[in-house]
Design a protein around this ligand. Structure first.
Ligand SMILES: [Zn+2]
Length: 374
């Protein structure tokens, strides 16, 4: 800023010459008009109206003028600043209106656009099959019983009359849970190899008569391939009451296969051995596809039963009195029957599933064709 000087001629103060003021005003107006965004306008505003803008600096020069020249110069600068501020406010309003209009368009929601639907899942056929079998027994008055999958060795083997040297106890069949010392036998806990320990638990928890159906997941040390899986499902039945016989067992099995496969179905029993039943039997059901017509009839071969007429389903028998005693039930007063079978196997022959791995991979494309059952 120049120092006050009484002999100062305003014409000689370059910044306050009329044409110079006009040039500053016009530059400001041009800069505002050229600003195509609110940010650009802000920059132009700082440059042309801020404290270091040419007009602000010129305004400060007025104080250095002699009194007679101050009014004239002040008027010119004031008018120029007024015009600049007016233009700035007008451009500001224009750009804000443009922004608001753009936001309305850009952020509009098109309610007619299709949205990403979450595809409907499907219940796994093992689950629906297990529930369907259990329902047959629930309808007969049986109660569903469940037990832990990490099971005490005593329930999995000892209570069920497996001797300590029984081959099923070996490492090649059973997953032993590691004990605190790292020794496989230390913990006394195994991943249950069958649903039969639930029988022992049910007998200890209830007083006879006991009618329970036990669906669940079991474990064996098998490699996963087309016909084996280390984790699979069984459903097991136990009835303990006064006066039960093999005839009751046979009638119950017949009713089950008739409920699941049709009224003309039947079962047959073949002698077998299991530690926890005596006598024990292997249970076959009539082939539900050919009903036995393929046997000795090469013209009508049956894939489902390999033309044998029967399909092996599972094991059964009268509950061994040793098991009743181990569970605190008097074998002189009560008798019982039990049977169990694998759900995967039933799913395979009932629905022609050829590879067990399809059941464990969790691909919904496998599950969906089985349809929904609730
Ligand atoms: Zn058949």
């Amino acid at each position: 800023m120049s120092a006050p000087n009484k002999s100062y001629d305003p014409v000689e103060v370059e910044a306050l010459k009329p044409e110079e003021i006009e040039r500053m005003r016009d530059e400001a107006l041009a800069a505002f008009a050229a600003a195509d965004s609110l940010d650009a306008l802000h920059e132009a505003k700082v440059a042309h109206t801020g404290p270091t803008s040419p007009l602000a600096l010129a305004n400060r020069e007025i104080g250095a003028l002699p009194p007679h020249a101050k009014a004239d110069a002040g008027k010119r600068v004031g008018m120029a600043r007024g015009a600049v501020n007016k233009a700035l406010a007008a451009r500001q309003a224009e750009l804000e209106a443009e922004r608001d209009a753009r936001v309305l368009v850009e952020e509009a929601v098109d309610v007619t656009l299709p949205y990403d639907r979450v595809p409907a899942g499907a219940r796994h056929p093992l689950t629906t099959m297990m529930e369907r079998v259990a329902d047959v027994f629930v309808a007969m008055g049986y109660e569903i019983a469940e037990g832990p999958e990490a099971e005490a060795e005593w329930f999995n083997f000892d209570a069920l009359n497996f001797t300590p040297d029984h081959p099923a106890r070996q490492m090649q069949d059973t997953f032993f849970v590691r004990g605190p010392q790292g020794d496989h036998g230390e913990s006394g806990v195994v991943l249950r190899t069958h649903t039969s320990p639930v029988q022992a638990r049910s007998l200890l928890e209830r007083k006879p008569p006991v009618y329970v159906v036990c669906p669940g997941r079991v474990y064996r040390t098998d490699e996963l391939d087309a016909t084996h899986t280390p984790v699979f499902h069984q459903i097991e039945l136990l009835a303990v009451d006064e006066g039960l016989t093999m005839a009751d067992l046979k009638g119950t099995l017949d009713h089950m296969v008739q409920s699941l496969f049709g009224a003309d179905m039947k079962t047959r029993l073949r002698p077998n051995y299991f530690p926890f039943t005596e006598p024990s039997a292997e249970m076959d059901m009539l082939c539900y596809v050919c009903k036995g017509a393929s046997v000795g009839n090469p013209d009508r071969p049956c894939r489902t039963c390999s033309s044998e007429g029967w399909i092996e389903l599972g094991g059964c028998g009268m509950v061994n009195p040793r098991v009743l005693i181990a569970c605190g039930v008097d074998p002189e007063k009560y008798s019982g029957f039990a049977f169990g079978f694998g759900i995967e196997r039933m799913l395979m022959f009932r629905h022609n599933v050829e590879d067990m791995r399809d059941m464990v991979e969790g691909d919904v494309r496998f599950t969906r064709p089985f349809g929904m059952e609730i």
